[in-house]
Design a binder for this molecule. Structure first.
Ligand code: ACO
Length: 427
C-alpha cells in the first residue's frame, strides 16, 4: 500500500488506500471501511463520491477543462465530425478512414425504425412531452430488437442500432406530433444532415440544408457527447449495474436527463427568458429572485456541480450562437436578453461568491431556436448528443473488473421497534 489516508474514530485508526488518476486526481478508497469499522460514509447527492475509474472523459471544474479520451473538446468542436466523436468515445480512439467507413455503413444500415413502432407514436396523447415518449420508445426497442451482448460484434450492432435509430425516432416523433408524413433517413446524407432533413423536409417544401446550420448542430452534439458521471450517465450505469439490457439503461438516462436541473435546463432557459421578456425585459428581478433563499427560483442555465468557473462548452456555444444568428441574419431578442442577464449576473456578488457561471444550456436553446427546433424538443436534442457518452460509459462499466451492482447504503432515522396495532385498537 503506497499512499494511505488515516481515519481515527473511537481510539482506532483505519488505514484507507489513496488512488490517483492519470491527471493527478486523488480518491480515498473506502470499499473496506464498513467491513473494518461498521461505519458507512454519508455524501448527499454524491458530491464527493467517485463511483468508478474511467478512461473516457476528463474534467477539471476549477480550470474549466473538458477532454474526451484526452482530446480537448475545443479541438473536437473545431475539427471533428459528430460521428468521429461518437466513435472516439465508444472505442477510445479516433477512427481511421476504413473504421469510419465501416461505422458509417453500419449506421446507415440500422437507421430505419420498425414500421410497427409508428403505431406506438400515434397512440401517445398529443400533448405528451417528447422526452417521455423517447424514454418509453427506447425501452420498447428491446421488444423489437434483442439486446445482443455475447460478442464484440454483437455489442457493436446493438450500439449502432441505438445511435442510428434514436436520431430517426426523434425526428419521427416530431413529424407524427404535427400529423405530417414521416421522412425516412437517406443514405447519401451524413449524420447531422440526415437528422435535419428528417425533421424539416416535406413533400410540399423541400428542406434546404445550410452549412451554417449543419455546423451549429454538429458542434451542439459534440459539446453534449459526454460529461463523465453526471446525473443521467450515473443513471445509465446504475441501471446497467443490475445487468438490465442496454436499451433499458439508456431509457433511464433519458428520463434522468429530462429534469430541469439537468438536460431539461435548455428548455427551462428559453421559458425563463420568455417570461422575463413578457415582464418588459426586467432581468434584474429574476436575479433578485434567484438570490432570495426563500424563493425556489434559480437562474436556469447557471451553475454547475463540477465547474466553478465558466463552463468551456458555454464559451463555444455562445460563439456558435453569434455565428449562426449572424449567418442566418436572425435578430433574436432572447439573445440580447441572455447577454444582458449574463453580464449582470457575472458582476453580482452573490453569483461571484457562489462561483455561478453560465453552463452549456444557457445559450444552447437560442441556437436550437435558430435551427428551427421546437422548444419541447430541446432536451431530445441533448439526448441524441449524449447517446455516445451513455453508451461508452455503459460499455466501460460492463468490462470493469471492479464492477458491482450499485446499491448505496443509508442511515435509518425512522421509528424504532414497536408492535403492530390491530385496526380496531388504533386511534
Ligand atoms: N441560481 C441561483 N442560485 C444557485 C444556482 C442558480 N442557478 N445554482 C446554484 N445556486 C446556489 C444554491 O442556491 C446554493 O446556495 P447556498 O450555498 O447559499 O445555499 C449554492 O449555489 C450551491 O448550489 P447547489 O444546489 O448545492 O449546487 P449543486 O452542485 O448541487 O447544483 C445545479 C448544481 C443543479 C446545476 C445548480 O447550479 C442549478 O440548479 N442550476 C440551474 C439549473 C441548470 O442550469 N442546470 C443545468 C446544469 S448543466 C447540465 O446538467 C447539462
Amino acid at each position: 500500500m503506497n499512499d494511505v489516508a488515516e481515519l481515527r474514530y473511537n481510539g482506532k485508526t483505519y488505514k484507507l488506500p489513496v488512488i490517483a488518476g492519470s491527471e493527478g486526481e486523488k480518491a480515498i478508497d473506502i470499499s473496506r471501511l464498513r467491513a473494518e469499522s461498521g461505519m458507512i460514509t454519508m455524501d448527499y447527492g454524491f458530491a464527493n463520491t467517485g463511483s468508478c475509474t474511467s478512461n473516457i472523459t476528463f474534467m477539471d471544474g476549477e480550470k474549466g477543462v473538458l477532454r474526451y479520451c484526452g482530446i480537448p473538446v475545443e479541438q473536437l468542436a473545431e475539427k471533428a465530425t459528430f460521428k468521429e466523436t461518437a466513435y472516439l468515445l465508444i472505442n477510445g480512439h479516433l477512427p481511421n478512414r476504413r473504421q469510419l467507413t465501416d461505422f458509417s455503413v453500419l449506421l446507415n444500415d440500422h437507421s430505419l425504425v420498425h414500421e410497427d413502432m409508428k403505431i406506438f407514436y400515434q397512440n401517445f396523447p398529443r400533448a405528451s412531452h417528447p422526452m417521455g415518449i423517447l424514454s418509453a420508445m427506447v425501452n420498447a426497442l428491446r421488444s423489437f430488437y434483442p439486446a445482443l451482448h455475447e460478442s464484440e460484434e454483437e455489442i457493436n450492432i446493438t450500439v449502432t442500432r441505438l445511435l442510428a435509430k434514436v436520431r430517426t425516432m426523434a425526428a419521427m416523433s416530431y413529424k407524427i406530433s404535427l400529423g405530417h408524413t414521416v421522412v425516412y433517413p437517406r443514405p447519401d446524407l451524413a449524420y447531422c444532415e440526415n437528422f435535419l432533413n428528417m425533421m424539416f423536409d416535406s413533400p410540399v417544401r423541400p428542406y434546404q440544408l445550410k452549412p451554417e446550420v449543419i455546423k451549429a448542430l454538429r458542434v451542439f452534439w459534440i459539446l453534449h457527447a459526454d460529461h463523465e458521471q453526471n446525473c443521467s450517465t450515473a443513471a445509465v450505469r446504475v441501471v446497467g449495474s443490475s445487468r438490465a439490457n442496454l436499451y433499458a439503461a439508456i431509457s433511464a438516462g433519458i428520463a434522468a436527463l429530462w429534469g430541469p436541473l439537468h438536460g431539461g435546463a435548455n428548455q427551462a432557459v428559453i421559458e425563463m427568458l420568455t417570461q422575463i421578456q413578457k415582464n418588459n425585459g426586467d432581468f434584474k428581478s429574476a436575479i433578485g429572485r434567484a438570490k432570495d433563499r426563500n424563493d425556489p427560483f434559480r437562474l436556469m442555465g447557471f451553475g454547475h456541480r463540477v465547474y466553478k468557473t465558466y463552463d468551456p462548452r458555454a464559451k463555444i456555444m455562445k460563439k456558435v450562437c453569434d455565428d449562426l444568428l449572424g449567418a442566418l441574419s436572425i435578430q433574436d431578442p432572447l439573445l440580447d436578453l441572455a447577454v444582458e442577464l449574463e453580464e449582470a449576473a457575472l458582476k453580482d456578488p452573490y453569483f461571484i461568491d457562489h462561483n455561478l457561471y453560465p453552463n452549456v444550456d444557457f445559450y444552447s436553446g437560442i441556437v436550437l431556436r435558430a435551427i428551427g427546433i421546437p422548444t419541447n424538443m430541446f432536451t431530445v436534442m441533448f439526448a441524441i448528443g449524449r447517446l455516445p457518452g451513455w453508451i461508452a460509459q455503459w460499455k466501460e462499466s460492463m468490462d470493469d473488473p471492479n464492477w458491482k451492482i450499485s446499491r448505496p447504503r443509508q442511515v435509518y432515522i425512522g421509528e424504532t421497534l414497536h408492535d403492530f396495532v390491530p385496526i380496531d385498537d388504533r386511534e
